[in-house]
Write a protein that binds this ligand. Structure first.
Ligand code: PNS
Length: 160
């Protein structure tokens, strides 16, 4: 069974993330969406809340599982027996950082490949921090986050 990990902060999950997750679910037997616990950012949602939002929006994919991890991604990938780490690439600006990460990860653990999916055109500009900024100023985020969790995200972010 080919297992892939989709790692990230998912604070909160956006339509851009969901696009990558759904496409990865078509490529691999199983996709584990893994929420990073060792955050140095100031999270708006707890790890449990982020996992719950992810569960809600991925429930239609039978081969997608939601989990969380602490520490190094490669250790987690090894523990899960994953063959790939799947990431979305937006603009060229993502490339340098992602390239460095994939090189380091390959050195640390050669048996996992990093697979990049180009973000769909509609989500090129999208990130969790953009969503947070718009929502905190009362802007409309309905084009950026899944409908099922829109209200929960708005409720949390407008009170920041
Ligand atoms: O959604 P994000 O914040 O872009 O996700 C970043 C993530 C979780 C993929 C990345 O920070 C990560 O893999 N962190 C785990 C620590 C690690 O393994 N670092 C790589 C060696 S420098």
């Amino acid at each position: 069974m080919k297992i892939a990990i989709c790692p990230g902060s998912f604070d909160p999950v956006t339509l851009g993330h969901l696009d990558i997750i759904s496409r990865a679910s078509g490529l691999f037997d199983k996709v584990i969406v893994a929420v990073l616990c060792n955050m140095d950012k100031n999270p708006s949602f707890t790890v449990e809340e982020r996992m719950e939002l992810l569960r809600q929006v991925t429930s239609q994919y039978d081969n997608v599982e939601i989990d969380s991890f602490q520490g190094l991604l490669v250790d987690y990938a090894k523990e899960k027996g994953a063959v790939a780490v799947v990431k979305g690439l937006r603009a060229v600006s993502d490339f340098e950082y992602e390239f460095q990460m994939s090189m380091i990860n390959k050195k640390l653990y050669a048996d996992v490949e990093t697979v990049y999916l180009n973000t769909s055109q509609d989500y090129m500009y999208l990130s969790s921090s953009v969503v947070k900024q718009i929502a905190s100023f009362g802007g409309d985020i309905s084009n950026f986050v899944p409908e099922a969790i829109h209200d929960k995200i708005v409720d949390r972010l407008r009170n920041i």
